[in-house]
Design a protein around this ligand. Structure first.
Ligand SMILES: [Zn+2]
Length: 379
């Protein structure tokens, strides 16, 4: 049967599952919630006859690893995440809904639509007895939105020996996929000074706020948008009262880099700024790093993109590539030298937005079909 016909016939069932998953809380810090999503997926993939291994975690949700069978030695890695940025209770307040051909609700686009896509792609392969099913290795991780600290090692391990990596973060409008992403870092600069009464004996105080202010300006000056480098001091706090010389002050810094070289340089620069002394007698401590490398485009990425584009043509889709400043797990596999394309999930926009996030239901069918055709071509 034609793949799109098969999916259209199952569209009602796909949307029912989509609703169930969106209405299940799964904030990254809500282990129980993420595990509930994991349990739904485990049951579904197992009922397809696939092998599901649960990687137990104590703090974040468990990760799932799925293959056709325990013995399968797949060459294609597919990565999806189960956690969302929305607080516990959000689906109750703002449940799954459909307006026209768009689905709304917490995490619809980032990235619960992809869960449905992945399951039905596997169902379609199974239905057509495609040997390509043997070639798929899926990781559902639980902590992507908080930097994948606990799943990073699992992803890297699964990436070993793979020929291709497909990441199902949302697709971009007008049939876009993602071939480049910036690396992401988070630093915290903490300055300690000495408190003193600002009216009585200010001279014995050492203002941490004054010291940090000099540093903030220097940090902001590191920005080089043309070269793809951004350094944003997004949060500052400090001081104890208006009439006290501030004994402490802290800045939180978000950093985005285009490549590894830039990552090393900016890390050095931030360290140098931390070491500078403007107000004698203050001390500065810097923590943090570039936690996610940049997803850099290579010749192999181009080859993989071309294969995806050819798969798209079979479905009448003109797939184009995009780059983005947002980080994702795609960086981990591309850093291992594995050709990686991201944004393979259903199309939607405005991730992390309470009011605007949507997933396009027509693309749920198109992108599931695209994934199936791509897996078949790569196999
Ligand atoms: Zn995501």
């Amino acid at each position: 049967m034609d793949i799109k016909t098969y999916l259209e016939q199952n569209k009602g069932e796909m949307i029912d599952l989509f609703e169930k998953i969106v209405n299940t809380d799964s904030n990254s810090y809500d282990k129980e919630g993420v595990d509930n999503v994991g349990a739904i997926l485990k049951e579904k993939f197992e009922s397809l006859g696939m092998y599901v291994k649960v990687h137990r975690e104590t703090e974040v949700g468990n990760h799932l690893e799925i293959k056709a069978s325990r013995e399968s030695e797949p060459k294609i890695l597919i990565i999806a995440h189960m956690d969302t940025v929305f607080p516990k209770g959000e689906p109750e307040r703002r449940p799954f809904s459909i307006i026209d051909d768009k689905a709304y609700g917490p995490g619809v686009n980032d990235e619960k639509a992809s869960h449905v896509q992945l399951l039905y792609a596997m169902k379609a392969l199974k239905e057509s007895s495609s040997p390509a099913l043997e070639n798929v290795h899926i990781i559902f991780n639980s902590d992507e939105e908080i930097g994948s600290r606990s799943s990073k090692a699992l992803i890297k391990e699964a990436a070993e020996g793979k020929d291709f990596s497909l990441v199902v973060e949302c697709g971009r409008p007008n049939d876009g996929v993602v071939t480049e992403r910036k690396g992401v870092g988070h630093f915290t600069m903490e300055v300690q000074g000495r408190s003193a009464h600002s009216g009585v004996e200010p001279e014995i105080g050492r203002s941490a706020i004054e010291e940090l202010s000099h540093k903030v300006i220097k940090l902001q000056q590191l920005n080089d948008y043309d070269q793809g480098l951004t350094v944003n001091v997004g949060l500052i706090k400090g001081g104890t009262s208006v009439n006290t010389v501030a004994p402490s002050a802290t800045a939180e810094i978000d950093v985005r880099v285009a490549d590894e070289e830039q990552a090393e340089k900016v890390t050095k620069d931030i360290n140098a700024i931390a070491r500078e002394d403007h107000v004698t007698g203050t001390r500065t401590e810097l923590t943090g790093s570039i936690g996610r490398p940049a997803m850099e485009k290579t010749k192999d990425t181009d080859r993989l993109l071309e294969m995806i584009q050819n798969a798209g043509k079979e479905l009448g889709l003109e797939i184009h590539e995009e780059s983005t400043g947002g980080g994702s797990d795609a960086a981990f596999t591309s850093a291992e030298g594995i050709p990686t394309v991201d944004g393979m999930g259903p199309i939607g926009e405005f991730s992390h937005s309470e009011t605007d996030e949507y997933s396009d239901l027509n693309s749920l069918i198109d992108r599931t079909a695209l994934l199936v055709k791509t897996i078949e071509r790569l196999s």
